[in-house]
Design a protein around this ligand. Structure first.
Ligand SMILES: [Zn+2]
Length: 522
């Protein structure tokens, strides 16, 4: 077996991450501070975090893509893995232009300083967006990286399963791997697969050959969960293909994040084979056909907040634990700011007989009330995220019951009867019951808990909540906003294209983004 790289020396592979999922409907731009607060590691600190004893995404996941890549490099032997930098922020509005410039220039400088490399591995999202930039940011990152390393260095990339693929994200790349779980728990295996294929390609053991298809499809496949119908069948097929057919290096399905303002939004099927162009093309067609066939499986019906409260009130499962109201139009994990006030308003008006816990992003209210002591009676107007345009809620009498400082910044618990409102300085993601425990509340004691998350929270509420009600409230992650937009080609479900083949060549042209298009029509 050939172990060493060119000229009989170890392979040199640089690795790093720039990762963000943008929501064009959020009023909050994402800044350098958001990355520095959430996850930023450089050079030796990154290498330590990705080692066996390290913790790559401290507090979230011990091992993610870059740890997986480093494991592949260690396993292969004779590979020098060179840490660049790793940056990740919570999904939110597009990146501020200066924030992206900082991330990109820093990565490029580090890559230049690394000297000659045989390969580069980058963990990217694929649905980033930058203020004022009409190109997909990942395409720009890859173009710049290619300029530095030249045509002979191989580039491997992994993308989030919600990436919006385009030529700019594919053409500069030799190895391309996507997550294969939704919700995503396979970050480390994804990085491992990318590293493994990159190293084999560099040693001349495989010759990655791509084919991909783009589908005029924004929403479909039920909830899009990889292990539940209807998508489980497609994901099982892809895994089997990669496991059982040595000619197939990877099979990836990208079920696009539909909340950016890219004109060419759509699902994509990607296949990489070992030098077999015809096979890659045939399997990409088949993967696209399989995904397209699932488009009409509906997502669960979303209720109005009032109807959801009624359903919770009548639920037999409420005796066993709180009913979860999922605020689907204000999903913080998909980039919404978390300051939608509709559900809070409905709870105050229609659920005073129930014990309910609701988080709301409202930095101005936190600032105004923070100096008041616990136990104080206060009157204030809940406005939600600045610039979000949510209905103001007049609260004539609330008691400041508790406070904490955590992931959501300064957070105050305000009690209005049995309605417990957590107002947060930063977008709240209370997927774990400890969010409420920090405010002196037991999750088990609630009738209703409001989540700003589609699915992850269920892991922590498995033995606590047995009834989950999706609620529709008109926020940044509302499907109505997606349906109200116009796109380059007719897409499902805003239109009803007969198939994907006709629009595929049009959609695969280089991606452009109307930087403020979605915002203007939102
Ligand atoms: Zn995703």
């Amino acid at each position: 077996m050939i172990r060493l790289g060119r000229g009989g020396r170890p392979l040199r592979i640089a690795y790093g991450r720039i990762f963000h999922e943008a929501c064009a409907y959020s009023p909050s731009l994402t800044t350098r501070e958001d990355f520095e607060r959430m996850h930023r590691l450089e050079g030796a600190a990154l290498a330590r975090a990705c080692s066996l004893r390290g913790s790559e995404l401290e507090g979230y996941l011990p091992a993610a893509e870059l740890s997986g890549f480093c494991a592949a490099a260690r396993g292969a032997g004779d590979v020098e893995a060179i840490p660049l930098a790793s940056s990740l922020a919570v999904p939110s509005g597009p990146l501020a232009a200066d924030c992206f410039a900082w991330l990109l220039e820093d990565l490029i400088e580090r890559l230049e300083r690394a000297g000659a490399v045989d390969g580069v591995y980058l963990a990217l999202h694929g649905s980033m967006q930058v203020e004022g930039l009409s190109e997909a940011p990942e395409a720009m990152i890859l173009r710049r990286v290619r300029e530095v390393v030249g045509p002979d260095t191989k580039i491997a990339v992994s993308y989030d399963l919600h990436a919006n693929l385009s030529n700019g994200l594919i053409d500069p790349v030799d190895v391309l791997i996507g997550y294969r779980t939704n919700p995503h728990w396979d970050l480390a295996p994804t990085g491992f697969r990318a590293g493994n294929r990159l190293i084999r390609a560099l040693r001349g053991q495989v010759r990655p050959t791509h084919a991909w298809r783009k589908l005029p499809l924004l929403l479909g496949g039920g909830q899009g969960i990889d292990f539940l119908p209807p998508m489980n069948e497609v994901f099982r097929w892809m895994k089997k293909l990669e496991r059982d057919d040595p000619r197939v290096l990877s099979a990836s399905l990208f079920m696009v994040h539909p909340f950016t303002s890219a004109d060419d939004l759509g699902w994509a099927a990607h296949i990489c084979t070992d030098g077999d162009e015809a096979l890659a093309a045939r399997l990409a067609d088949e993967l696209a056909d399989r995904a397209w066939a699932k488009r009409e499986v509906p997502i669960p019906t979303f209720l109005t907040p009032e109807a959801a409260i009624d359903e919770a009130r009548q639920s037999n499962l409420r005796k066993l634990g709180p009913v979860t109201l999922v605020d689907c139009d204000d999903i913080v994990g998909a980039g919404a700011p978390g300051g939608n006030t509709h559900v809070t308003k409905a709870l105050l008006e229609h659920a005073r007989d129930l014990v309910s816990y609701v988080p709301v992003h409202d930095p101005e209210a936190v600032e105004a009330l923070w100096s008041q002591p616990n136990g104080a009676r206060v009157a204030f107007t809940l406005k939600g995220t600045p610039g979000y345009g949510m209905p103001p809620v007049e609260i004539a009498g609330a008691t400041i019951a508790a406070r904490t400082v955590g992931d959501s910044g300064r957070t105050l618990r305000l009690d209005v009867g049995t309605t417990h409102i957590a107002i947060c300085e930063r977008p709240p993601l209370p997927i774990h019951p400890k969010f409420w425990a920090a405010l002196g509340l037991k999750a088990r004691k609630a009738d209703i808990i409001v989540q700003k998350n589609f699915f992850h929270y269920r892991i922590f509420y498995l033995s606590l909540s047995f009834h989950h009600v999706p609620v529709k409230t008109d926020g940044a992650t509302s499907f109505e906003r997606i349906k109200a937009r116009t796109y380059d080609v007719p897409v499902y479900p805003t239109s009803d294209p007969k198939g994907w083949r006709e629009s595929d060549p049009l959609m695969r042209r280089a991606s452009t983004t109307a930087p403020d298009g979605a915002r203007a029509s939102a």
